[in-house]
Design a protein around this ligand. Structure first.
Ligand code: GLC
Length: 440
């Protein structure tokens, strides 16, 4: 039984509660992040569904007129020059007038979170909850296909690495370096000014630099924001000239699952999804299968313009398991990779990059460490494919890792050592969910 661990996790969420929404961690993350709040709501739904609902309603306050839910809603805390001014969301007439937000989105787990809460309510309360959230959810899913699926085959494109939630994940870093390496970044690296900039960075003041992304990578990410801002976050303008857009395998897997859940909600409250959106939703599973690479026998993200796979393995390659739409054969192939001790089968799984990758680094952010949220997605997928034993094993290993090291942001897959910031909200929230299921 995990009662003590659950109690500690609830304390973490209380500590990070800033009134109606939850910051990911003290200090480093003072704002509201989209997928963080979805995970938080999933955890809270077990002991306080009302508060979990608030967490989600708070995200809707940031929704843009075109339906996009931004990846960050700024709290007013923290250093203004670093975030709200960088994004300057008001340059788009579609952004909310009363709040400052970022101009991009993050992995689509909102519909999942709404359903996870719904499952804890009475049928009457659940339908009311679904009715209340429906207009927001529908607008959100419609936005993906209206604005982010220009090839009209049901896969959506992402325009910034931060949209993946896996900020410095190797496939995106590779694509970014190939696509643009502004002269000033080259110059900074050449004169080693990155050491100086390192001093100004906020994250490396709180977390050891070898657990974060490199300064050159950070500068490149900020540079893309500046470009998006110059285009006023207008997707037509952005895609017209930029070749930096990617059909991301993890994001699309999550969206496909979100579509299934949206359909369930629609049935429950007798709503219809407009035909145009439905057409895209129906095309998506087959298009996801097109991301399977025969040569390497795994799923890869693909660059939007050339339609070429980015042959760089990462945890994203396993996420079609969560989509639920790949064949059992493919799911078994992914399970083999999960178990392979040269790839993802480490002592404290699941590493964000397989051991065999040249980029693997056990404590560096999304370039090696194990994260509780990606474990949660994999466990959920394993369950639905009937890999019950594997799901239970990963669930227990995840819980032991958190129990041993604390509510860290991420963990070394080799020795389970906690890294990044602590106490981290989604680690706590998903611990609650995993522990409740383990104890059932
Ligand atoms: C980092 C993570 C991202 C998360 C955010 C707040 O940027 O990469 O996934 O949402 O921190 O926790």
């Amino acid at each position: 039984m995990h009662n003590e661990l659950i109690q500690k996790a609830i304390e973490v969420l209380k500590y990070n509660d800033v009134g109606g929404w939850t910051r990911p961690a003290p200090g480093l993350y003072p704002h509201q992040w989209l997928w963080d709040s979805c995970f938080v709501a999933i955890g809270m739904s077990h002991y306080n569904p009302k508060r979990a609902q608030q967490e989600i309603m708070s995200l809707f306050k940031g929704q843009w007129e075109n339906g996009m839910i931004p990846h960050m809603i700024f709290s007013g805390d923290g250093e203004k020059h670093l975030s709200p001014n960088l994004w300057d969301s008001k340059v788009s007439p579609l952004s909310p007038r009363k709040l400052e937000t970022s101009g991009i989105t993050q992995p689509p787990l909102l519909t999942q979170a709404v359903v996870s809460i719904g499952q804890k309510l009475s049928s009457h309360e659940r339908r009311n909850w679904y009715k209340k959230t429906w207009p927001h959810l529908l607008a959100y899913h419609q936005w993906f296909y209206a604005e982010r699926s220009p090839h009209a085959e049901g896969l959506v494109v992402l325009i910034h690495p931060w949209e993946t939630g896996l900020d410095n994940t190797p496939p995106w870093m590779q694509a970014m370096r190939q696509h643009q390496r502004p002269l000033w970044i080259k110059a900074i690296e050449a004169i080693r000014a990155d050491k100086l900039i390192e001093k100004l960075r906020k994250d490396t003041r709180q977390v050891p630099p070898d657990e974060r992304m490199s300064t050159a990578e950070s500068l490149m990410l900020v540079n893309i924001v500046r470009r998006l801002r110059r285009k006023h976050y207008d997707i037509d303008k952005i895609l017209l000239r930029s070749h930096f857009a990617i059909e991301d395998v993890m994001f699309n897997s999550l969206l496909i699952r979100g579509n299934q859940l949206l359909t369930e909600i629609a049935k429950d409250i007798r709503k219809t999804i407009p035909k145009e959106t439905l057409n895209y939703m129906n095309l998506a599973p087959k298009s996801l299968e097109n991301l399977w690479d025969q040569q390497d026998e795994q799923y890869y993200s693909r660059t939007f313009v050339t339609q070429k796979p980015i042959r760089e393995p990462s945890i994203a390659s396993l996420m079609p398991l969560y989509s639920g739409v790949i064949t059992k054969k493919r799911a078994s192939q992914l399970v083999s990779a999960l178990k392979n001790t040269k790839e993802y089968g480490t002592n404290f799984p699941v590493p964000s990059v397989p051991l065999s990758s040249e980029h693997f680094s056990q404590r560096r952010y999304w370039q090696g460490p194990s994260w509780v949220n990606t474990n949660w997605l994999i466990i959920d997928g394993l369950e639905r494919y009937g890999f019950k034993r594997e799901a239970a094993q990963l669930r227990n290993r995840t819980l032991n890792m958190v129990d041993k090291s604390g509510f860290f942001e991420y963990f070394s897959p080799i020795d389970g050592y906690g890294a990044g910031i602590s106490p981290f909200s989604w680690t706590a929230a998903l611990t609650i969910d995993l522990a409740k299921t383990a104890d059932e």
